[in-house]
Design a protein around this ligand. Structure first.
Ligand SMILES: Nc1ncnc2c1ncn2[C@@H]1O[C@H](COP(=O)(O)OP(=O)(O)OP(=O)(O)O)[C@@H](O)[C@H]1O
Ligand SMILES: [Mg+2]
Length: 599
């Protein structure tokens, strides 16, 4: 298989560009925070001054007034500042989360089928919710808290030394140094636990997503109880992993309390002695105790920050792993701007085409040689699993085959710019996926223009619906074309879904149209009508019809029969009937069935 890995650059996720784009927010936020911290620092000192002034009798109530005014002003500055830094920093973190979420989604949309074969929707959803939230917390509150804790600690210590006493400060601070070591080991262990917690959440959301998406099958097979059991297991695992994080957090929190308590105890004992000896004043002693109290918060914050950062680091690794995924299907020369002006003629040639799925072992298509001329209608018949949809996948470049095995207009398919390929190929997939939107939007899905801006498109939408024989059905719905379709089209019948998908593909009016088993759920009269319309509309354009019913295929210019990935029969309806092989056998069987039905 052709490897395109080297041609597509791996994306490396880095936080720097995101942080840099909010540099002014961070700078202003930090400045405001500094002002808040400085203001708060003066309050214990002013309180100490008042106590000393009053106890020593150096000033009366008149002397207290200006100090009270200063305390009031400091309080006011703190109040405004706290709003200010939240505004800047929380604003930045929300902005970063928004940008990362968009980038992640945009990247996911470039990834190919191979990626989605091995990644589950619920797991990917968890990246969008939990992981990005964890990163947001780290670049928001945690940044602020870390900065604040460091600045506060330094400033408080300086104040304690300058305003009170160096020895007493050192004594009170010794137990607090233990916290730094604690934080380090706590961070390492907590990151492991956070990773396990996030994986458990991913698994849980995947479990819920899959069960709810398959709820109809689940109920039909009365598997609610068994499914609930496995959900409960996943949920329990999620709870346990969360508890593991919380337990460590609780132990660390208790140790922090103990250390700060120890600091306070040392201050009381030794500080008290110093007051008695007259080395420090009562006012200084009271202020010192307030400062110790102010140191408690940075210590607790230290624990919280380590927690948030380790959670974010684990989340970052998970998101970065997705960013490292490269799309397999890319334009052959990514350095050149693709020329999308050209149009496909619709000439398709299969040269000894052999294809094995990237994660498959045996080839699903083997040595197929086939030429579909522009304007031709090719029918494909084959037992289930014979490789019909795989061939459609290759034509649409959902997967790549070896170079030169598949030519479009004489060129290897990977040399045709993807913009042309996606524009000039229309496809009705076997599973008829519809979006939970209006029928009108679903049919107009392949158009470049949006109907809201081009209401004149409605006429062609209605015409495509008429050609696909769904118009009358739609007009019977309460809101006609504005009827909302349930998730994946659940509110429509199988046949209605198929015909809406056909209308969507017909509206594109592209050079090549592939219908994969698209008439299997419609009755024979409707089938006849749709085929008649197809013949008329697709004159001069290439059409490939994959089907199990001879009635769908017999009018095609040529019919190819696939047997276990090999092309075993090829010709017109009459030629194949005359050949007496698989096609003739199926034809005979289906004719008999029809006769029996008519009797
Ligand atoms: N993504 C995939 N990875 C690996 N193998 C796959 C993948 N998709 C299909 N296959 C295998 O390829 C073979 C051909 O499948 P394909 O879907 O092309 O059959 P089909 O002819 O369209 O059948 P049906 O008539 O039931 O739609 C099958 O054996 C299937 O198991
Ligand atoms: Mg198929």
């Amino acid at each position: 298989m052709k490897s395109t890995m080297s041609e597509t650059k791996q994306k490396k996720l880095s936080m720097i560009p995101y942080l840099w784009s909010y540099k002014w927010h961070y700078l202003l936020g930090v400045i405001v925070l500094l002002l808040v911290d400085m203001s708060s620092l003066y309050i214990p000192q002013y309180t100490g001054d008042i106590i000393d002034g009053l106890t020593k009798g150096t000033f009366g109530f008149e002397g207290v007034k200006p100090i009270l005014l200063k305390i009031l002003l400091a309080g006011l500055a703190m109040m405004l500042g706290r709003f200010g830094w939240r505004f800047f920093i929380i604003g930045a973190s929300r902005g970063i989360e928004y940008k990362m979420r968009n980038d992640l989604f945009q990247h996911l949309e470039t990834l190919s089928a191979r990626f989605y074969n091995s990644h589950k929707t619920g797991d990917l959803m968890a990246h969008f919710t939990n992981d990005l939230q964890a990163i947001r917390m780290a670049v928001g509150m945690a940044v602020i808290t870390t900065f604040d804790a460091v600045v506060m600690t330094v400033m408080v210590l300086v104040k304690m030394i300058v305003y009170v006493d160096l020895k007493l400060t050192l004594l009170a601070f010794i137990p607090l140094t233990l916290v730094a070591f604690g934080c380090y080991y706590y961070g390492i262990e907590q990151k492991k636990r956070q990773t396990r917690r996030q994986e458990a959440f991913s698994y849980l959301s995947d479990k819920a997503q899959e069960s709810l998406a398959g709820i109809r099958v689940l109920k039909a097979f009365v598997q609610e109880e068994a499914d609930f059991k496995s959900f409960e297991d996943a949920s329990k695992n999620n709870m346990e992993k969360n508890l593991a994080v919380a337990k460590l957090q609780a132990v660390f929190g208790a140790l922090l309390d103990m250390v700060t308590g120890l600091s306070l105890l040392l201050t009381l004992v030794f500080g008290g002695k110093m007051v008695l000896n007259g080395q420090v004043s009562i006012g200084q002693f009271v202020a010192f105790n307030s400062y110790i109290g102010m140191l408690v918060w940075p210590m607790i914050a230290c624990g919280d920050c380590v927690n948030t950062f380790s959670q974010a680091a684990a989340a970052f690794h998970r998101v970065a792993a997705i960013f490292r995924e490269v799309p397999d299907i890319v334009d052959a020369d990514t350095s050149l701007q693709a020329d999308c002006e050209l149009h496909l003629e619709g000439d398709i040639r299969l040269n000894d085409l052999t294809f094995t799925y990237p994660d498959g072992e045996l080839p699903v298509l083997k040595n197929i040689n086939l030429h579909i001329r522009p304007g031709e209608m090719l029918g494909i018949l084959g037992r289930t699993g014979s490789g019909k949809s795989s061939l459609a996948d290759l034509l649409l470049r959902v997967y790549d085959c070896e170079k030169g095995m598949l030519l479009l207009d004489g060129k290897p398919i990977d040399e045709i710019p993807l913009c042309i390929l996606h524009r000039d190929m229309a496809y009705v997939p076997q599973d008829n996926f519809l979006f939970s939107d209006t029928l009108e939007e679903n049919i107009a899905f392949g158009l470049e223009e949006r109907i809201q801006e081009h209401p004149e498109l409605r006429d062609s939408i209605h015409q495509a619906a008429r050609d696909a024989c769904i118009h009358d059905n739609i007009m019977d719905f309460p809101e006609n074309y504005l009827t909302l379709v349930g998730e994946r089209g659940v509110t429509l019948s199988g046949g209605q879904k198929q015909r809406s998908s056909i209308a969507r593909a017909l509206l594109k009016d592209s050079a090549v149209l592939i219908l994969d088993d698209s008439l299997s759920a419609v009755d024979t009269d409707t089938e006849e009508q749709i085929l008649e319309n197809l013949m008329r509309l697709r004159k001069g354009k290439t059409t490939i019809v994959i089907a199990h019913r001879i009635s769908t295929l017999q009018q095609a210019d040529h019919i190819a029969v696939l047997t276990e990935g090999e092309l075993t029969e090829y010709g017109t309806h009459d030629e194949l009937v005359a050949l007496g092989g698989f096609y003739a056998h199926i034809n005979e069987k289906q004719q008999l069935e029809q006769e029996l039905q008519e009797e």
